[in-house]
Design a protein. Structure first.
Length: 255
């Protein structure tokens, strides 16, 4: 009996010795700091940023040698803003996690991040700067938080894969070129409080088929819906003082 137990113990020990345990899948490749901000890059392409306040434009200079390795960005909770050009031209970036508490995403923040697919914009955000997502051509879904009142110039310019867009009632201004070249955009609801649509704001949105213009929208720039080749029906509120629709075509009431 003792021999049998001993043989089982030896067999178990041998089996354990042959087991291969996987190496840590998130080995730290590099880290750095700039002012009050620090960053850590792991071998899975995730860069984690911590600090207080707004991520500065120059922070990414400290990891410029790794720019092509960054696949995902995790922003820690105490950060309140993403600075101008903070992640501009991170071409391999596919996902960003932005925590509640961030209130502003400034101009050019994700400019040219052409592989960015997934990004959550938390409800705390009230400002999205010009060209913030310029040519982020892989994003397919955007929900703009309630509290944002203005969509700035070229914010989503050439987001060619964007198909679903939610614009909250808090938005009163859509500036020029805001959604120009969003060729896959199919679902769009103009919020009731919108007063102004800038020139060529929806130029080349080929997949749009229908738009409803509320009575509050009294300023529509030149070419706002130009070359929207599938757009066959523009519906204007009867109470709109400036515009009307005849057979699905937009006209000035005094024209």
């Amino acid at each position: 009996m003792k021999r049998r137990v001993l043989s089982w113990i030896l067999a178990l020990a041998l089996a354990c010795s042959l087991l291969v345990f996987p190496a840590n899948a998130a080995e730290v490749l590099d880290s750095g700091e700039f002012g009050s901000f620090t960053w850590v890059l792991t071998s899975d392409g995730v860069i984690t940023i911590s600090g207080v306040g707004t991520i500065p434009t120059t922070l990414k200079n400290s990891w410029s040698d790794w720019n092509s390795s960054v696949r995902s960005i995790v922003i820690q909770d105490v950060i309140t803003g993403i600075g101008s050009s903070a992640f501009e031209n991170c071409k391999k970036l596919t996902a960003v996690s932005i925590p509640d508490g961030v209130t502003k995403i400034l101009q050019n923040s994700f400019y040219g991040c052409s592989n960015l697919i997934s990004i959550n914009i938390p409800d705390s955000v009230t400002t999205i700067g010009a060209r913030a997502f310029y040519e982020c051509s892989s994003i397919d879904n955007i929900a703009i938080p309630y509290g944002v009142y203005e969509i700035n110039e070229s914010t989503f310019y050439n987001c060619t894969n964007l198909s679903n867009l939610i614009i909250p009632d808090s938005v009163s201004i859509i500036n020029k070129f805001a959604f120009r070249g969003c060729r896959n955009l199919r679902n769009l609801t103009i919020p009731k409080g919108l007063t102004s649509i800038g020139q060529t704001a929806f130029y080349l949105c080929d997949s749009l088929t229908s738009i409803s213009i509320p009575e509050e929208t009294t300023d529509i720039g030149n070419g706002a819906f130009a070359d929207c080749k599938s757009l066959t029906d523009i519906i204007v509120s009867e109470n709109n003082p400036e515009y009307r629709s005849i057979d699905g075509v937009l006209f000035n009431k005094d024209g």
